[in-house]
Design a protein around this ligand. Structure first.
Ligand code: SAH
Ligand code: SF4
Ligand code: F3S
Length: 481
């Protein structure tokens, strides 16, 4: 098998049609293996990065199951390992390289182990070049736009020799009709759009996920209707910037219209979405959130920085004043609104005064939680070439200071729930014990309580007895429905 690096984008639709045949061929190979050795081939998918990647992994998972693989969580007994990678920060990439080293040792013991790497890292030419040069034992490399083509790529890998590489640098049309094996049945991820056009100067995502394109409103509603019929109670609508939903559609619709259409779906209890970009939050959206009963009172609203000059150089296209104004209006209509955020420390040129403004905005907002990151240079983004890169020790000192302010505020917020009754949707057992269930409040706080498996998928009232650092523990009171 020779290396293939380009393929005509126009053949996308044909690929979808041909997928069934490739899946059947691989299933036949796997059946032959089973007949001979009496055990099924096993596959593991390791997912890094955001919900987009998690959802892509669910699609890969569905294809693998159709191909006759058993899904495993252990590297040691797998026949196929897939790393679905993230490129958003350097440490995400280091983790992947570290794991590739680990798999090399496994492959030495088990030469017919197949190793595939996909996802956002693979959309960067310098990474693919590195893999071809230094990681020759990787059998298959494919990009985010090539997910649809996975069955034919895997078949080529399993039946040929040498590394198979396929990375399209353009995104093509939105493809409908890919199934996904969703991890959680109560809650499901639903893509509403792909890509990003915002080009924040620090961010690699527009380069790894391509241009923004929205799925048709009818297709999204249809998918969620069928999920609801299968028992899904909550959907998480996914996009890098959900507030700009609809801009690429022929039939005009915006995100608020979509929320209303989804709100009307019978059987569904809750609607969440992420990520919201502050520059695109309209008053119509805030009002829709407040009035549509299934839309949860929760906003993940990344602020990134509190200083206007930093925000400008980040190309975020809002000011701290506009950001605070959005939250004031939203909280005016939804007093219980849960708010979380992302913050980057040490963006190039960030001064002590700029950082003080980030601390100040954190104090003003009072977040329920925040994801805090050290700025990481991403090759190919504008900020990588900015002067005045902030030294690592300064970034670390700033994140430590910010967390020393943020964490007690979050804890205090959690403590304010003591003794209160909250409505939660029970999602699953908690990670720690099968006797403990977990769910979330409408404003996205995690609640655990002792209860019966029958409660999974139900809306229940829980009285908070013990607030913890980042979650709440309570006692079951009653079933709502
Ligand atoms: N589309 C979303 C988030 C995408 S990436 C949004 O716009 O909010 C998730 C988070 O990673 C970002 O919000 C940002 O805080 C962080 N991030 C992105 N690029 C980064 C970089 N180069 N260094 C550090 N953090 C980064
Ligand atoms: Fe990255 Fe900005 Fe797009 Fe978010 S909105 S994915 S931070 S470019
Ligand atoms: Fe990472 Fe790609 Fe998501 S870079 S954050 S996995 S879109």
């Amino acid at each position: 098998m020779s290396k293939r690096e380009t393929l005509n984008i126009e053949s996308m639709e044909t690929i979808l049609e041909n997928n069934d045949e490739h899946i059947r061929n691989i299933r036949n190979l796997n059946e032959a293996h089973y007949t001979e050795l009496q055990h099924r081939k096993k596959a593991i998918i390791v997912t890094y990065g955001c919900q987009m990647n998690e959802h892509d992994s669910e699609k890969l998972n569905a294809m693998l199951v159709d191909m006759g693989y058993e899904i495993t969580k252990k590297f040691d007994d797998s026949d196929l390992i897939i790393f679905n990678t993230c490129a958003v920060r350097e440490n995400a990439e280091f983790k992947v390289y570290g794991n590739l080293g680990h798999v090399k040792k496994l492959k030495e013991k088990k030469p017919d182990l197949t190793l595939a790497v996909c996802g956002c890292m693979m959309q960067q030419p310098h990474i693919v070049a590195e893999i071809k040069k230094k990681y020759k034992y990787v059998d298959l490399v494919f990009g985010t736009h090539n997910l649809i083509n996975f069955p034919s790529l895997l078949e080529a890998t399993l039946t040929g020799k040498g590394q198979v590489v396929e990375v399209w640098d353009t995104e093509g049309d939105v493809i409908e009709g890919m199934r996904s094996n969703r991890k959680k049945e109560v809650k499901a991820y639903v893509n509403i759009m792909f890509g990003c056009d915002n080009f924040c100067t620090y961010c690699i995502v527009p380069y790894t996920r391509g241009r923004e394109r929205s799925r048709k409103l009818e297709d999204i509603v249809e998918e969620i209707r069928s999920l609801a019929l299968n028992g899904t109670k909550e959907v998480m609508l996914l996009g890098q910037n959900v507030n700009s939903y609809g801009k690429t559609l022929e039939n005009p619709a915006d995100f608020a219209d979509l929320l209303l259409a989804v709100n009307a779906i019978e059987g569904l209890e809750r609607i969440r979405f992420m990520t919201s970009h502050p520059k695109d939050i309209s008053q119509k959206l805030i009002e829709t959130m407040a009035t549509a009963d299934k839309v949860c009172e929760y906003l993940h609203l990344p602020v990134q920085a509190g200083s206007n000059s930093v925000l400008k150089r980040m190309n975020r296209r809002y000011t701290r004043e506009q950001y605070l104004d959005i939250l004031e209006r939203a909280r005016g209509l939804m007093p219980e609104l849960g708010v979380t955020t992302d913050i980057i420390m040490g963006f190039p040129g960030e001064t002590d005064e700029d950082f003080a403004e980030t601390v100040d905005i954190v104090k003003r907002v009072g977040y329920d939680s925040a994801f805090t990151y050290l700025y990481s240079i991403r090759t190919g983004t504008p900020a990588a070439k900015f002067e005045d890169q902030v030294p690592e020790d300064v970034k670390h000192a700033r994140i430590t200071e910010l967390l020393s302010i943020l964490n007690p505020m979050v804890e205090e917020k959690m403590h304010s729930y003591e003794g209160k009754s909250v409505e939660i949707l029970v999602e699953d057992f908690s990670k720690s014990s099968k006797a403990v269930l977990m769910g979330r409040t409408r404003n996205n706080l995690t609640v655990t309580f002792e209860g019966d498996a029958e409660l999974i998928g139900k809306l229940v009232m829980v009285k908070i007895t013990k607030p913890k650092k980042f979650s709440l523990f309570g006692e079951f009171e009653s079933v709502v429905r």
